[in-house]
Design a protein around this ligand. Structure first.
Ligand SMILES: [Zn+2]
Length: 364
């Protein structure tokens, strides 16, 4: 036996397991640490439960469950309760004002002529930057709100894909509003992702004047399944060096804030394109996809695939969510966005109080 060889192989394995690529814990920022401590796993899970129909939501007609977030259903006038309406109501409840804090991006129904009021919609919530030199620059934190299944007109809970991300952006919104950043942060809930990414593809066309100012896109798509409990996920950065820098930053925030995660880093042409970061990549805008360990990536940290076997099925429910791993990954996403946007001292102190029907989640 060649002991030196074994030792080197073991060192390599340990290195891969414990150190994300180019991680640098010196990025630590007390403001960001405070943001992460304010993130609330119960509130995040509450939103996942509501969006995936595990819990009913309060509507004008009483308590009802969201059974599907299919884009084919949620924009129909008679679709009640609508996941899209629910998201708008939650933003209003968090204190955001339509036309001022958030805007609705309408795009054409992709399957032929329709009345404009039945077009599909994205939601864009913006936090204006406070640094006169940097505020023109934008950091995008995005997730698709829609779901699908083999019975999507009736049942498509999509708890993992992608209520985890949809709820994650609500969680980010409730925290970020209490902080100041140099750059502008835009949270975008895309629809139509499950229909060939038509929501994000429409966005990059209709908001083409934003593209030169976007320093990075962080796309959260399906990150709360962890069947083997190893807290290993995937970062898909692709071949653009600016995207890879964002990937390294994810490693750094995991180290700096002790998030207990490892990840496969896809920094070549094997990076997964089939989500909302891809329309940005195609326009030369840097970005990454944050996703659970879905694939076997040879030579990478997770070492195997741990795929959610409920993917695009009516069984993608809350029962299969690993809240501990998913919440840590969400924190990594929030911290990455905060660092990209250049955190400044906070404008407010105090508590964030958001309640659910029948529940109360107080932060402090
Ligand atoms: Zn997805």
């Amino acid at each position: 036996m060649n002991y030196l060889k074994s030792f080197m192989a073991l060192s390599l394995i340990l290195f891969q397991i414990f150190l994300p690529p180019f991680a640098n814990s010196s990025v630590y920022n007390p403001q960001v640490a405070e943001m992460l401590s304010e993130a609330n796993p119960h509130r995040w899970m509450g939103w996942i439960r509501a969006l995936s129909g595990a819990d009913p939501i309060q509507t004008a007609d009483g308590l009802e469950k969201i059974m599907t977030r299919s884009s084919l259903v949620m924009f129909e006038p008679d679709a009640k309760p609508s996941a899209f309406d629910y998201l708008i109501e939650e933003l209003l409840r968090l204190g955001f004002v339509e036309g001022q804090d958030f805007q609705i991006h309408n795009y054409d129904f992709p399957y032929g002529d329709r009345y404009p009021q039945r077009n599909w919609k994205n939601i864009i919530l913006s936090f204006q930057g406070d640094d006169p030199k940097l505020k023109k620059e934008r950091v995008l934190f995005v997730a698709h709100m829609d779901s699908t299944s083999d019975n999507e007109y009736l049942i498509a809970p999509g708890a993992d894909d992608n209520a985890s991300g949809t709820a994650g952006l609500l969680e980010a919104a409730s925290i970020l509003q209490h902080y100041r950043f140099g750059r502008t942060i835009d949270l975008i809930w895309f629809s139509g992702e499950e229909k060939s990414r038509v929501g994000s593809s429409s966005f990059v066309e209709d908001y083409a004047d934003w593209l030169p100012n976007i320093v990075g896109v962080v796309n959260m798509d399906m990150f709360a399944f962890d069947g083997d409990g190893d807290a290993c996920f995937e970062v898909h950065a692709g071949t653009m060096s600016e995207s890879q820098e964002i990937g390294y930053l994810i490693g750094s925030v995991i180290e700096a804030y002790d998030l207990g995660l490892t990840y496969d880093f896809l920094d070549d042409e094997n990076a997964y394109p089939f989500s909302d970061h891809d329309p940005f990549w195609r326009k030369g805008v840097p970005g990454v996809l944050i996703m659970e360990n879905s694939f076997y990536n040879p030579g990478e940290t997770c070492e195997k695939s741990d795929r959610n076997y409920n993917y695009h099925r009516t069984s993608d429910t809350i029962s299969y969510i690993n809240s501990a791993t998913g919440f840590s990954i969400l924190q990594a996403g929030i911290a990455t966005v905060a660092h990209l946007a250049q955190p400044l001292p906070p404008k407010l102190t105090g508590t964030i109080d958001v309640t659910f029907p029948g529940k109360a989640c107080q932060l402090d």
